[in-house]
Write a protein that binds this ligand. Structure first.
Ligand code: IFM
Length: 456
């Protein structure tokens, strides 16, 4: 019997910019992703988020799809520029009303809302003043969190401050693949610090506005394994894990920034000295505000090979990637999810964990009979759910799983080329078609377990 605990929270996840469209409707302000997507060459297929899945207008149908799926919860994000078009100041009532209606619609359908406050769409007006590299943005975020939680807090108890600080800082400010597209490592570190600080400061503000608040943050984590037992590979693996995982986990759980990674940054010339000049007295304590859960986004593992020595001088590889890769070129390897969850319990002991994202990009579309046979996603889903169950059986306080994503959507710098949805979206007609993976997920949720079969 491969059953999940009785109160396991089954959900699906999306984010505002990836699905809503209507970027110029009802007083919404410009976001860094509108500006970035409008810059030639930034989005692989030259598209933008102006229509996306037209969820702003079709949200009722999308809630119906979720009701059909049987999920108990829906994780979505609020577009900051809909609430505060200039980042701070006067609230745009029409924007707030949209989310208020969505929350009511979900509750009527028996689906619990889980709100992410920041999933990357920073108001452009704040970027004009330095974005996340500016300490002022911390205060702006806390004001925004206050406004939203005051209004929705009577109906929403689960709050995620930020989605994936690594992506916000490294992709946004370090390598420039995401908005706002800067390429400066010291900016990336300052941005990460301000994101984590704003998280810590927002926690108490949300708690003050929400009676039974459950507050957390979502990190994208990538478990790493050295490609061989060589000292070089082991050190490269330490550094990768440090920069990707520990840099965010350690401060949130009160351990401060990892010293070994600070030394790596200095050695690489990313910062001038080990004194992080963006850290002020009290910051580390604020960032470590106790939370109710950790949100984990897991997609794949890293097999780490040192680039410090030539391949011929390194030890032969002993860890090899599985042949199956998703359309993102990410290895399909579910075992690392169990390992990751066990490690989180051992090293950080979060009260609760939700897998707030997990999924796979495959471009499978409808066959002639209209059915979307996304067998590879079905396999991905099954194996990762097995891996989640393994972790629960070994004592990890995993309380829920949110499939990424409810439907195909705007995959950032890739545009609409990568499809992560359980539901297929025909962008020309906005028709939604549940894929085989949606049928599987529906069966799993209904049974609260994995002993389910799909019709051939
Ligand atoms: O689509 C993204 C999402 O916005 C954040 N986590 C990873 C997903 C897939 O790349």
């Amino acid at each position: 019997m491969r059953q999940f605990p009785p109160d396991f929270l089954w959900g699906v996840a999306t984010s505002a910019f990836q699905i809503e469209g209507a970027t110029q409707t009802d007083g919404r302000g410009e976001s860094i992703w509108d500006r970035f997507a409008a810059t030639p060459g930034k989005i692989a297929d030259g598209t933008d988020g102006s229509v996306a899945c037209d969820h702003y207008n079709r949200w009722k149908d999308d809630v119906e799809t979720m009701r059909w799926l049987g999920v108990k919860s829906y994780r979505f994000s609020i577009a900051w520029p809909r609430i505060l078009p200039l980042g701070r100041g006067k609230v745009n009532q029409a924007g707030m009303d949209f989310y208020s209606r969505l929350v009511d619609g979900l509750l009527t359908a028996g689906i619990e809302p889980m709100v992410t406050l920041y999933h990357w769409d920073l108001p452009q007006a704040l970027d004009d003043k330095g974005g996340w590299t500016a300490r002022d943005t911390v205060g702006a975020f806390v004001e925004y969190a206050d406004e939203v939680s005051q209004v929705l807090g009577d109906r929403v108890s689960k709050w995620i401050t930020h989605n994936e600080p690594w992506c916000i800082s490294v992709l946004g400010y370090g390598n420039g693949e995401h908005a706002p597209g800067h390429k400066n490592w010291s900016e990336a570190l300052a941005a990460a610090h301000h994101v984590l600080l704003s998280h810590g400061q927002a926690v108490s503000v949300i708690r003050a506005n929400v009676k039974k608040a459950e507050v957390g943050i979502t990190l994208n984590l990538c478990p790493a394994q050295p490609a061989s037992p060589s000292a070089e590979d082991q050190d490269a693996c330490r550094a990768f894990d440090g920069g990707f995982n520990r840099w965010y986990l350690d401060p949130i759980y009160g351990k401060g920034y990892p010293q070994d990674v600070i030394a790596d940054h200095v050695a690489a010339g990313r910062i001038a000295s080990e004194k992080l000049d963006f850290v002020r007295p009290g910051d580390l304590e604020a960032m470590a505000a106790p939370t109710d859960f950790l949100g984990v986004n897991y997609y794949s593992r890293g097999i780490i090979r040192s680039d410090r020595i030539p391949e011929s001088q390194n030890a032969p590889r002993t860890v090899h990637a599985e042949p199956e890769k998703t359309d993102m070129d990410w290895e399909v390897y579910a075992g690392a999810l169990t390992d990751l969850l066990l490690r989180l319990k051992k090293d950080y002991n979060p009260k609760r964990i939700y897998i707030t994202e997990n999924g796979a990009a495959y471009s499978t579309g409808p066959d002639a009979d209209g059915r979307v046979r996304d067998t590879k996603r079905v396999h991905y889903l099954r194996t990762h759910l097995e891996a989640s169950l393994d972790a629960i059986k070994q004592g990890v306080p995993l309380a829920g799983y949110f499939a990424w994503s409810l439907m195909d959507n705007f995959e950032w710098a890739w545009g609409y080329q990568k499809r992560f949805g359980l539901v297929f979206v025909d962008y020309a007609t906005q028709k939604r078609i549940p894929k085989d993976s949606a049928h599987l997920y529906r069966a799993v949720v209904a049974r609260n377990g994995l002993d389910v079969e799909l019709a051939a």
